[in-house]
Design a protein around this ligand. Structure first.
Ligand code: RUQ
Ligand code: CUA
Length: 635
């Protein structure tokens, strides 16, 4: 979203008036009331989880609401020594060849358009992946991708009403399939974008690529999925309907309207089942020009960004980045226009719905509207990047007076600091939002915090939306860089307290001293250890230079939060095992020496004593026979 021109514009405007929506002043009485509203006293707990995407940190941050305190980081696309993520074999395999990702839009799993508390899905814009976090343990359990024929997985991850699919659209177009090369000068002819349906297993949450819809080379932007009357549909804005390939900030902003996508995903699924797809790189691809009814376009002004379906499923609101208004589509009119073929032409065989036939109105919310959220009481809240504020406005149906002048539908503005990107209202994308809280995720904090040098943190602000007027309550800072977020009521999930011993299916788990030890087969050395306060058993591993060493560590605690780590000196290894968990690492031993290993997670009064030795003998030296090396541990 941070295009140079918008940043430049924002900086200019920020300099002129730091608060585009007027000044906020807080009286002593308000300060006290606001402090109390977000105060969670020692020993008390927050009411909601806030799951922030972590942007190019590759992670997901969990904070509490109303305190806005950061509680935990869930590593997803980048190693995180804090939980040992990316060091053991399983998480290393999930990360593949990548050590970072760009997380944008988290989506909680839904059943019947309500959060069902099972999974959180997040997309990686950079390496075209989707990850699944299980809310039972707040850990990443699957990373799917890179998705074939998909480049720039930004318009993602939008979940359907019953978590049937994660829907994704490409930000970038390239010659397809991946690996084919063409000159960007031939962009219009040779490049394509794609909409992907990622199928989610209803029992396990396991994702696989279902099908894809080939699109013209527009840059797809943000989207959302339908419900109620728009059930089975999904929507994306686009920028670059101009199909420019260079000097984008000028060349892709020529037209007053860009074409947004209206996708019938159930029709796409049906077409694939009926054999109407062609395979490309192992995926069934639908050409929407040949399969009518799957894709339609609708023109929206100008370089739009967010496109958000309201809780009733009737209104779809697009933010016009470069137009000072949000455009409200009426899905019933969209449906009628499709049925009556009220088109204003086509683009490469894809019908373009007539703008006047499907738009309910353009609401003059102000400068730089990006994303819109809903409280379920008929009100919409739009983030304003340039005006730096949140605008509350009324959804249709509008009175005649409001229709004549939609300024009258704009009800309230509250300044945000500064340049708001996404915002989230609790439960906005469900059919029954919780309402009450809104969090503005601001791109600039502009020194509102203690000085931390040239780079400044991102700012988040908590706004109470329960009354007629919005109330700015609190602010906090995060690491780079929250984009979207999801809010879930704490009482709706019951995360596990430990991994029960009987559920540990790892074939290399050991629970008894007798099963621990070190064995050798040729140059393969395998150590099976237990960890419990405050010792590893065995606490000595002997091997030789040139050996392949595999170490399995089982934390045999069954007490919550009794976590042990396994850090190995000078070998870049740090595993962390939760109670009942087994983890494995594998290394080739290349240097002789005695390398202490130790518990990295402070676990007990004798945590420091929780240590042992990896003795790497020179070739031909030291104990080599099976069974000999673990003997010292069997005390
Ligand atoms: S984008 S600031 Cu990645 Cu969600 Cu709109
Ligand atoms: Cu175990 Cu520290």
């Amino acid at each position: 979203m941070k295009t140079k021109s918008m940043i430049a514009l924002a900086i200019i405007i920020t300099a002129v008036s730091l608060a585009g929506c007027g000044k906020s002043s807080t009286s002593q009485g308000d300060r006290t009331a606001n402090a109390l509203a977000s105060y969670v006293a020692p020993g008390e707990k927050d009411e909601y989880y806030l799951f922030y995407s972590g942007g190019h940190s590759g992670q997901v941050f969990v904070a509490g609401i109303p305190s806005l305190r950061h509680i935990v980081t869930i590593p997803v696309f980048a190693p995180y020594p804090g939980t040992g993520y990316g060091f053991d074999e399983e998480s290393k395999k999930m990360l593949g060849d990548f050590t970072w990702g760009d997380v944008h839009h988290p989506a909680l799993s839904q059943t019947n358009s309500k959060y069902d508390g099972r999974w959180l899905f997040v997309n990686d814009n950079a390496n075209n992946r989707i990850a699944r976090i299980d809310l039972r343990d707040f850990k990443t359990h699957q990373i799917l991708g890179p998705i074939p024929n998909s480049v720039g997985n930004h318009g993602s991850s939008f979940i359907t009403e019953n978590s049937e699919y994660i829907l994704c659209a490409t930000r970038f177009s390239v010659p397809l399939p991946k690996g084919r090369v063409a000159d960007p000068k031939d962009y219009e002819k040779e490049f394509n974008g794609m909409v992907s349906g990622i199928k989610v297993d209803p029992q396990t949450g396991e994702m696989k690529v279902g099908w894809q819809i080939l699109t013209p080379p527009f840059d797809w932007d943000l989207g959302s999925t339908g419900k109620g009357p728009s059930s089975g549909w999904a929507f994306w804005t686009s920028y670059n309907t101009e199909m420019a390939h260079d000097v984008m900030e000028v060349n892709s902003t020529q037209k007053d309207r860009d074409l947004c996508a209206v996708v019938n995903w159930r029709a796409a699924e049906k077409a694939v089942n009926e054999g109407k797809a062609q395979m490309m790189d192992g995926v069934p691809i639908i050409d929407p020009a040949k399969v009518p009814g799957v894709l339609y376009f609708v023109p929206i002004g100008k370089s739009p960004h967010g496109m958000d379906v309201d809780p009733t499923g009737k209104w779809v609101v697009a933010g016009g980045k470069l137009q000072p208004a949000t455009t409200v589509l009426n899905f019933e009119k969209v449906q009628a226009a499709i049925n009556n073929k009220t088109f204003e032409g086509d683009f490469r065989g894809i019908p373009i719905l007539k703008y006047e036939a499907v738009v309910e109105g353009e609401v003059p919310v102000g400068l730089g509207p990006l994303h819109t959220q809903y409280d379920g009481r008929g009100f919409a809240y739009t983030s304003m990047f340039i005006d730096s504020c949140i605008v509350k406005w009324k959804l249709p149906p509008w009175t005649d007076e409001e229709k004549k002048d939609l300024n009258k539908a704009v009800l309230d503005k509250v300044p945000a600091h500064f340049s708001t990107g996404h915002l989230v209202v609790a439960g906005s994308d469900t059919k029954n939002p919780y309402g009450k809280w809104l969090v503005a995720m601001n791109k600039l904090s502009a020194g509102r915090h203690i000085n931390v040098g040239p780079a400044q943190p991102e700012s988040s602000q908590l706004i109470d939306i329960s009354g007629d007027k919005m109330k700015m309550i609190a602010e906090s800072y995060t690491e780079p860089e929250p984009h979207f977020a999801q809010i879930l009521k704490v009482s709706e999930i019951q995360p596990a307290e430990v991994y029960p011993k009987e559920e540990n299916k790892d074939p290399n788990a050991v629970w008894d001293k007798d099963a621990t030890g070190v064995t050798r087969m040729g140059n393969q050395v395998v150590a099976k250890l237990t960890a419990i306060r405050s010792r590893f058993t065995p606490d000595r591993i002997d091997a030789q230079v040139g050996d392949d060493l595999t170490v399995h560590v089982t934390n045999i605690e069954q007490t919550r939060d009794m976590i042990h780590g396994f850090g190995l000196i000078e070998h870049n290894i740090n595993m962390v095992m939760d109670p009942g968990e087994t983890k494995t690492f594998h290394i080739k031993l290349t240097k002789p020496g005695v390398f202490p290993f130790y518990c990295t997670n402070f676990c007990s009064a004798l945590h420091q004593e929780m240590q042992g030795y990896l003795v790497v003998w020179k070739p031909g030296e030291g104990p080599t026979s099976a069974g000999a090396t673990g003997a010292t541990a069997q005390r």
